[in-house]
Design a protein around this ligand. Structure first.
Ligand code: ATP
Ligand code: MG
Length: 333
């Protein structure tokens, strides 16, 4: 067994959806068998664009943790914790803020595209601009080297590694480790509305906890090919959300190839195609939903509380190594 450490997390801005599953959760489930795993519910990061609604975040912490357990993340194998219960992370962030320029943070494509979608109309807050620095603290506090994430996180991991190199060089140390992303089979699942990314905040996703009826309705509303009007019309597969979801979740590739051929040629209607996807996703999500319904809040609180205690111990140790490396150790006796 190598000594990799897995670190990843999710913002408690809502329940987790199919994009999270293919982008990150699925990899976590296999990585937990091999490595030490830390999974963080990133309430403080979520505050950076939800500062006026902390109640929403508090409510969603347990929901996100239930989503973890429902897909098979095992609290015996992973340390699941709440970011704000590990205050050492904020001290690390403060030190790292000196190691990156404002213009570098402004050049971050993820932040740029998120800004377009958020409520900061013309002025971005310092907290939001600097959230990649806080993410660097999260990764380095646990010596995370493998980061299972969706594609939107790649520029953030680049920033982490830049700060790590700058820290190690500036303080002549090797205490911080660089991290590598672990991408899922689908790096960015599209929204059911055809937008580039399914996202909690855009509410354009199928959630792991959605009822069977809601799943059916969402699939029914999916964007297909607007020029495919009559069943006999030839249709487009590219940019067709139903095919994007079938690519992600339909295991029989031969069958899927022949559906694509038939659709392109003409003769396969959207409603038949959607009912194939519906059967597929209902089968996938039913056991997840049933498991989720059986998990009590009390069990979840306990997992988060115990996990946060373990996480804090690890972060404290890293913080003390960081301060040592910086020479921030004052002894006056
Ligand atoms: P928000 O809208 O609040 O930002 P989100 O849906 O983007 O929520 P996050 O909590 O920001 O979810 O992301 C958690 C993890 O899930 C990240 O690693 C992210 O890359 C991944 N992820 C989120 N959405 C998708 C998606 N549509 N496809 C693939 N991965 C995704
Ligand atoms: Mg996001």
């Amino acid at each position: 067994m190598s000594n990799h450490v897995v670190l990843t997390g999710d913002r408690p801005t809502g329940c987790l959806h199919l994009g999270h599953y293919v982008g990150s959760l699925k990899n976590r489930i296999s990585l937990q068998e091999k490595y030490d795993c830390f999974i963080m519910v990133a309430d403080i990061q979520a505050l950076s664009d939800n500062f006026d609604n902390p109640k929403k975040l508090a409510e969603n912490i347990t929901e996100v943790c239930k989503d973890y357990l429902s897909v098979g993340i095992d609290p015996q194998k992973c340390t699941i914790f709440i970011q704000s219960l590990v205050p050492e992370l904020f001290e690390l962030s403060t030190y790292y803020l000196n190691l990156i320029s404002v213009s570098r943070l402004e050049r971050n494509p993820t932040v740029k595209s998120e800004l377009k979608q958020k409520s900061f109309s013309s002025s971005i807050t310092a907290g939001f601009l600097a959230y990649p620095v806080s993410q660097t603290a999260d990764i380095t506090a646990f010596k995370g080297t493998l980061i299972p994430v969706g594609e939107d996180q790649l520029p953030l991991i680049e920033i982490t590694n830049e700060i790590v190199r700058k820290f190690n060089k500036t303080y002549n140390t090797d205490v911080l480790l660089e991290a590598a992303p672990v991408l899922g089979k689908v790096q960015r699942l599209v929204g059911i509305d055809g937008k580039a990314k399914a996202s909690k905040s855009l509410n354009n996703a199928i959630f792991l906890s959605d009822s069977s009826e809601l799943i059916r309705q969402k699939i029914h509303s999916m964007y297909t090919d607007p020029s495919h009007i009559k069943v006999s019309d030839p249709g487009k597969v590219k940019g067709n959300v139903v095919f994007d979801y079938l690519d992600a979740f339909f295991d029989d590739k031969n069958e899927l190839d022949s559906l694509k051929l038939q659709y392109k040629k003409g003769g396969l209607g959207d409603s038949v195609l959607k009912s194939i996807l519906n059967d597929n996703l209902q089968n996938f999500l039913k056991p997840i939903r049933e498991k989720r319904d059986s998990i009590s809040d009390k069990v979840v609180f306990n997992i988060l509380y115990e996990g946060s205690k373990i996480a804090r111990k690890v972060a404290k140790e890293t913080l003390s190594q960081v301060k040592d490396a910086m020479g921030l150790v004052y002894k006056y006796d």
